[in-house]
Design a protein. Sequence first.
Length: 86
Amino acid sequence: MSLCHYGEVFGTWAFLTITKGLIACHQTILNHTGDKDLHKLLVEVINQVFAQFHSNKAALGADFLRLNNEKGWLIPPPLHINKTSM
């Protein structure tokens, strides 16, 4: 069983809630778009914005990880220690 920090749970919950809301909003827009070219354009824009958002979020996560490692704020768990040698 893996335990999560409160912030991780809240962040995941917030992301899923916002994503579900955006999916519903975009689906409504797409369903009410009569023009095929406009429909295709809306789909392409949505895909681009979604990809850009996730690439920015991944880059920010990498920056935080690098900063945590450089500052010593992130301490990795100890490697396997043989208790018989202690």
